[in-house]
Design a protein around this ligand. Structure first.
Ligand SMILES: [Zn+2]
Length: 83
């Protein structure tokens, strides 16, 4: 790689230019900002939530039904019928 100051050719892993002593800092090609992180996390969360509801809806017919006497608060008729 070349020194940004004097254009001298240096080793690729060199941190300091051998000619002028300038620090060679390799800038990352792309530096995401915190806004990008927030946006990406939001997209991932929304995607997961949608996926959860979609799977819940798709797999509902295949799921084992809980016996009604296990969840009496969901079914008033059964509760009243038992009494
Ligand atoms: Zn240099």
């Amino acid at each position: 790689m070349k020194c940004p100051k004097c254009n001298a050719e240096n080793k690729n892993d060199a941190k300091i230019c051998k000619k002028c002593g300038t620090q060679i800092i390799v800038e990352p090609l792309w530096k995401p900002s915190w806004k990008w992180h927030v946006k990406t996390l939001a997209i991932i969360y929304v995607f997961l939530i949608i996926l959860f509801f979609l799977l819940n809806w798709l797999l509902k017919p295949y799921m084992r039904q809980l016996p009604k006497d296990v969840t009496p608060w969901l079914n008033k008729e059964v509760k009243e019928g038992v009494k």
